[in-house]
Ligand binder design. Sequence first.
Ligand SMILES: Nc1ncnc2c1ncn2[C@@H]1O[C@H](COP(=O)(O)OP(=O)(O)OP(=O)(O)O)[C@@H](O)[C@H]1O
Length: 614
Amino acid sequence: MSVLSDSGPAGPAPVDAVASPPRQGAVRRLLRSPVAVVALVWVLLVALLAALAPLLTSASPTASQITNALAPMGGANLLGTDGIGRDVLAQLLYGARTSIVGGVIVVVVSLALGLPAGIVAGYYRGRFDAVASWIANLLMALPAIIVLLVVLAQFGRSTELGMAVFGVIIAPGVFRLVRASVLAVREELFVDAARVSGLSDGRIMRRHVLPVVIAPTVIQASQLLGIAIVIQAGLEFLGLGSPNQASWGGMLSDAFQNIYAEPRLLLFPGLAIVLTVTAFSLLGNALRDALGVGGRMPRVRRRATVVAAPDSDVPAPVVSEPPGDALLAVQDLRVSYPKGDGSVSEVVRGVSLALRRGEVLGLVGESGSGKSQTAFAVLGLLPPTARTSAERLTFDGTDLQRLSPAERNRLRGRRIGYIPQEPMSNLVPSFRIGSQLTEPMRHHLGLSRAEARRRALDLLARVGIQDPGRVFDSYPHEISGGMAQRVLIAGAVSCDPELLIADEPTTALDVTVQAEVLDLLRSLVAERDLGVVLVTHDFGVVADLCDTVAVMQEGRIVEEAPAGRLFDAPEHEYTRMLLSSTLENSPSRQDLPPAVPDPDEPEPLPLSSSGGPR
Ligand SMILES: Nc1ncnc2c1ncn2[C@@H]1O[C@H](COP(=O)(O)OP(=O)(O)OP(=O)(O)O)[C@@H](O)[C@H]1O
């Protein structure tokens, strides 16, 4: 007996977590805001003036001419000179360079440390997360200005060094933001779906996680630039910047010494700092609005927060020896979770199942009975806190418990397909359907882009989508729920799996579309000799599709029988209770009135069609 503990989707997660916002049109939205345009123009102007400083003035910003101190504006010195005769315009222009370079150093250092650490900590959690969070907390507890003073006193006055150290001190802010964003997105169903389709962690992070953290990071970078300019000016005001470099902080320091003789000297660096910092801050806000972060993002539904399983005694499980030709054989599967009080809650208690090719096994039971936990244990996608054990857990003769996470990952998506419950939440909002369909095929089957596209279009046609080209090029929000479910079915069978695990595949659909999707599944099973484990609480779905039914109650299978026999002569009291509560007074599908056709939905499928790629 061994223990499995893969990370996966079934862990507790807050309902309604935010998803990645669509990025299209973000620049357009940004440019529609007058405040953003003004801020952007100012920032670009400062950058341009800094870059063109040598062309705009021939004066040196550091050469002092003591005989020309505090010269008025006009003549050779357009903005006058400071207390030791340096040209104010030249100082202003070259000082902009120092400020921008300093700001960029802070942003680069803090992002270089905080971004990768936040992604890895948020995605993998565990020990790295604990250590990184501890270091972040420690850095945040340090008084930044004291650290800067000590470092600059020890290593010499240098604006660049000061800004690099400040970048390190401020990196925990980036780390925390990125980690929080990754934690939110890693629980999204579309990330589960990507994991189930066998994509590697690196690919998931690049494709699904990174796009989500980019928006908040860009916003934070813009605000960090403003903060860096203020801190840098403060250090230079205190005389801790590079002595041979013009800077706005240094100009302020000189202006303070001559505040009574020439108060106007305060005006130029003061205005430059205030306007530039304000511009970065406004730009950050405008970016947040344009990218839709912070309460204006589209929200996707999530697996609901789980509650502890009941511990009451239930009838003994039905345990039978699986047949030799079983595609999937599960024997005495147990899943448990540690509870806060030190005890353990067993949510799957000795489940045994066997499934042959071409057979559909329904796993039914009321909510919380352990159906999904059983399915996720087979997929190897339980959360890290889950303790899983089984006498036997084999797929086509391979002991799943002996496989490494990478081997298990290769199996998922390639030989074991998964159809999730909520179609829309399992498609990534910001990627086109086509790219979501083709990526697993390119990854698992090594197809070229063109081959994968051709195969995806064939598959879309096979699942009854009438205009595959349009759906291929669409974003998830541009198609209906029924179509999205067909797309997910196409995705689940795209790499020719032998076993399909379908978790309530029709729950989110209306009854007419439900019937069509069930027809589609039935014809795919026959056509491809698929073994299917169908998790459902709907006996109508069971009657439509399943050959065998296993009834689960409180983590155990209390009755298993061929579908016909189960409906005709249920043996277990719990099965009878479930049947009577679900079927009583409910109309059969044939009795339902014909639905008004939805123009967005495809025609009912020709059940005999079989043109799909194999
Ligand atoms: N991460 C977890 N930690 C602790 N308990 C959990 C966890 N995930 C699931 N459970 C518990 O396991 C039990 C079985 O959950 P499961 O999701 O398998 O039920 P289900 O029969 O699929 O229900 P539904 O039809 O509502 O999805 C539930 O009592 C649930 O609270």
